[in-house]
Design a protein around this ligand. Sequence first.
Ligand code: 3PG
Ligand code: CO
Length: 554
Amino acid sequence: GFSWKLADHPKLPKGKTIALIVLDGWGEANPDKYNCIHVAETPTMDSFKKGAPERWRLVRAHGTAVGLPTEDDMGNSEVGHNALGAGRIFSQGAKLVDSALASGKIYSGEGFKYIKESFDTGTLHLIGLLSDGGVHSRLDQLQLLLKGASENGAKRIRVHILTDGRDVLDGSSVGFVETLENDLSKLREKGIDAQIASGGGRMYVTMDRYENDWSVVKRGWDAQVLGEAPHKFRSAVEAVKKLREEHKVNDQYLPPFVIVDESGKAVGPIVDGDAVVTINFRADRMVMLAKALEYEDFDKFDRVRYPKIRYAGMLQYDGELKLPSQYLVSPPEIDRTSGEYLVHNGVRTFACSETVKFGHVTFFWNGNRSGYFSPEMEEYVEIPSDSGITFNVKPKMKALEIGEKARDMILSGKFHQVRVNLPNSDMVGHTGDIEATVVACKAADEAVKMIIDAIEQVGGIYVVTADHGNAEDMVKRNKKGEPLLKDGDIQILTSHTLQPVPIAIGGPGLAPGVRFRNDVPDGGLANVAATVINLHGFEAPSDYETTLIEVVDK
Ligand code: 3PG
Ligand code: CO
């Protein structure tokens, strides 16, 4: 039968302290002035590279290597940390939703049947990120769902859009809204009463994560549910264009708006008897809204009105909380993660990041489950992030505090694994501010140094890697790799990339014969879990992706 017990590794000892460091958004790319990691002073990360190919290599962090539909899909933190923690490649939300839509199975599932009961008398509301970024949602999936829902009985549909500019180029929202408007007008020709009802920029409206700032979710609630917002427009295209011009804000930070009819009345508040679907497949930035929509008892902000609705997520976002209870597509079943194995094999783990990435090294790492596997064996610490700012203003973020915390935990001797996420290169990279991103990369490198110095002191091991690329390329390029110009200007790339990421191993506790194998050239993030389990002195579970290391006699 099944057992959690892992076999002893034939050559590697147990009990070493391992620092497992994930740099968020730190890929490897050609050195040029748009490569902020290259431009920044990063002596620690640079020094690792000198250990190639025995102790430094690249691993794949995008596309099919992390369970995404195609090789054109950039990596992201959800799929990256899922792969790092679970040691296997699961078909991820993006892909599962594609299949459910293609086969039509989405319409015969429990979730759809549930919301469908509201279609006769109520409105179907779709809320989510409007872009083709493929990280949290995809426009083509929304288009298919609109078509399918209307063919399956929805007569009145309202879409509540969140503009992107973070996983896609800033300014691209106008085009996405136009495409959506076009689809909705086709539905109207067929007699479906379909309209955009409200909107706002994803970072200012609705899509907060890890409870960093509930006011973000409240702004969305007011527009989506109550039909109230500081800005009112007759059309969403006009709303996005005007707000960008007049408020000098980018797509990520558009203020909330509602669409009103000729008498000035909001066209689509959410009321008793309606159905609501949150269309994002990715979990982190939907959990807070899902709680507001689903929980009868709720005290994070004053909802004013709590409509009796039928609510389903595109996916179930939290496997532990079973949130939401209804969903259109079943999430990947990410079971038997490395964290769960470790607690069963006597390995004590500490995990830490600041708020904006805290769930990455805990929730995502553990297969989208909140909480501990074993509170006796694990400790997770969240360092509060600055809220209400864009991180180019404070690009060092909490790197120093995370580094200090990790150092203290390593020196305490209480844990075998000290795992952190350093957010700087990603969070500042997403702002598109190149100078600030350079500062961010340096700060992350300094935190790495602080942690590996502690590892030196205790005779431990370090494993340093990243979840996907971002800061190593800040410009949109043509196929030849040259910066793509628009009206003579470069276009800033705020999004992640398709680049591979580095992984480095080392430290005084690393057995001298340990080196990267050369027979796993396509190795990706999912190979890291087996590698780390080996370094803890165990054989990895047999169905995990193979280890990246071997031990030769020295
Ligand atoms: C975000 O949610 O901030 C971006 O869409 C993706 O960034 P992450 O995958 O690094 O969290
Ligand atoms: Co990111």
